[in-house]
Design a protein around this ligand. Structure first.
Ligand code: FES
Length: 256
């Protein structure tokens, strides 16, 4: 079930330069959200199109989302203050599939891709081993929060300024050489997703990935968000907004 509501902004924090952590009130969206789904947000009067922003958490009538200021839409959104009303459609899309049958899940996120993995990791009930990659020490966010809800959290930076020195997919690969894993969950930049998909395939591990894609309507009508699948004919393309954003890695071909 999806809703279009005016939701009150009840908490706003800038957790790193240009990265804003918002909590809005919505009983309906909070109760129906599955991890990995997103909101389609009208960012302000000056922006015509809505922006898709992934849901970080949903609980007790509240929905949390974190976004980076990248263009005019998110710049306008970042100007909202607590008490302001925000026009939100959600929850949208097909999220992560979580099953009790998965005993050794690994969660891997990069950059702003770590945010939709938070609710997922909570739902995995403390059994996830989590890998979080960032460009540099000053971009590291949510480390403590993930530590509290996971079995183990490893943080790395591309430039080696904090934690594991190098790409986080390489840290995960080394870990997988010595540990069991029966599902990988991933969200982040395309080079990381490609590396994760390759590692999962080489090791024969099922893998769910959340794709970031430019979106228009958010509800399956405009085709702006198409991604290529491994199928042919009518099923050659899927819509990230409705078929995804989460896919099994074997379903999609990852193009830049
Ligand atoms: Fe319009 Fe997906 S955003 S079809």
């Amino acid at each position: 079930m999806k809703y279009n509501e005016l939701c009150k902004l009840v908490s706003k924090k800038e957790i790193s330069t240009g990265i804003f952590d918002f909590v809005i009130e919505s009983e309906n969206i909070a109760k129906d959200t599955q991890c990995g789904q997103f909101l389609h947000i009208n960012c302000g009067d000056g922006t015509f199109l809505r922006r898709p922003i992934s849901i970080c958490d949903a609980y007790d009538g509240k929905v949390r989302f974190i976004f980076e200021v990248k263009g005019q839409g998110t710049k306008d959104l970042a100007k909202k203050e607590t008490g302001d009303m925000i026009d939100v459609i959600g929850p949208l899309g097909h999220g992560f599939e979580v099953s009790d049958g998965v005993k050794h899940p690994v969660v891997i996120g990069g950059g702003i891709g770590v945010f939709p993995l938070y609710k997922l990791t909570k739902e995995l009930g403390g059994r996830a081993d989590v890998f979080l990659g960032f460009r540099s020490a000053d971009r590291v966010v949510m480390e403590k929060e993930f530590e509290q809800i996971s079995n183990m959290t490893i943080v790395g930076t591309d430039d080696g300024s904090y934690g594991y020195d190098g790409y986080i997919a390489a840290a995960m690969e080394q870990y997988l050489n010595f540990h069991d894993c029966d599902m990988i969950y991933s969200c982040g930049p395309m080079p990381m997703l490609k590396a994760v998909k390759k590692i999962a395939e080489e090791k024969g591990i099922k893998c769910q990935i959340s794709l970031e894609q430019r979106m228009g309507c958010g509800i399956g009508a405009c085709l702006v968000c198409s991604c290529e699948t491994v199928n042919s004919g009518a099923d050659k393309y899927a819509k990230v907004c409705t078929n995804g954003p989460v896919f099994y890695s074997e379903e999609v071909t990852l193009n830049d």
